[in-house]
Write a protein that binds this ligand. Structure first.
Ligand code: SAM
Length: 254
């Protein structure tokens, strides 16, 4: 699957791509991600490469112009499109768009190409709406730009592409996988026992290491509370573990 991200700040993506699961996904060619600098599509004779303009009718700030965006989309040569892409989607990132959910991530992962259009300043010339297939908001708040929303879409969509997430079952029972209220069961790793009373400094040993208090929940002197991994998870009984997980998964905290 190919992603094209159109932005005026292409460098924002550099460290993100080199550090995350997307790095491996790109190396293994599960996904192909291309970043396009919108300024490349500014007026040829404009030394400042400006892609924004003031509002007709007055008002604060600047908005992104339609021409460079139209040129950038045309340059992507998305076949059979208004730019209209058979099996592709052009998405404007905007707080006024439809709120993004896991269902959208799954849906969008079925396309061959996804184009993500990042806004800045006060957003876009309203006519840009006609160039896109849909408008998406990542939540009910306003960020300064569309680059973080683009990363969110990219990562959430990419996770549904076979091979990107290491373990094939990882997506099966995670939060939102069944419905948008569904929350995954609690998960544990080592240590089997954690002593919360280790947290305050009086329990620090002389060498700066944690002392090991008695395992018992002694009333006097000993540790009052320990946080244990539920016994069932150590039992090796996979059927029982599955039943326990089923019981412990549930409705998301609101
Ligand atoms: N004036 C715009 C409005 O009131 O809707 C807000 C513009 S915002 C400061 C600049 C850009 O950040 C937007 O064009 C969009 O690309 C991005 N952005 C900000 N919040 C977003 C959100 N919740 N979801 C998606 N994109 C967002």
């Amino acid at each position: 699957m190919r992603f094209d991200i159109i932005t005026i700040f292409p460098k924002i993506f550099t460290s993100y791509f080199s550090e995350t699961i997307l790095h491996r996904a790109m190396e293994k060619k599960f996904i192909d991600v291309r970043i396009h600098d919108l300024r490349k599509y500014a007026e040829k004779n404009d030394a400042h490469k400006s892609v924004d303009g003031r509002l007709y009718g007055g008002g604060p700030g600047m908005i992104l112009k339609i021409e460079p965006i139209a040129k950038a989309l045309r340059a992507l040569k998305i076949p059979n499109s208004k730019f209209q892409i058979l099996n592709s989607r052009i998405i404007m990132l905007t707080p006024s768009g439809k709120r993004y959910t896991q269902r959208d991530a799954e849906r969008l992962s079925k396309y061959k190409r996804v184009v993500l259009l990042c806004g800045r300043y006060e957003g876009f010339d309203a006519r840009v709406d006609r160039l896109v297939d849909e408008k998406i908001s990542i939540g009910d708040y306003v960020l300064a730009g569309g680059e973080i929303p683009a990363m969110i879409l990219l990562e959430t969509i990419a996770r549904h592409i076979p091979g990107v997430v290491g373990h094939k079952d990882a997506l099966k029972n995670e939060t939102f996988s069944k419905d948008l209220d569904y929350k995954e069961y609690p998960q544990y790793t080592r240590p089997e026992v954690f002593y919360p009373s280790h947290l305050p400094s009086p329990l620090l040993g002389k060498e700066g290491k944690f002392k090991t208090p008695p395992l018992t929940k002694g009333r006097r002197g000993g540790v009052k509370k320990v946080w244990r991994v539920p016994k069932i998870l150590l039992s090796g009984n996979h059927k029982k573990i599955e039943e326990w997980r089923e019981k412990e998964s549930g409705i998301r905290d609101q």
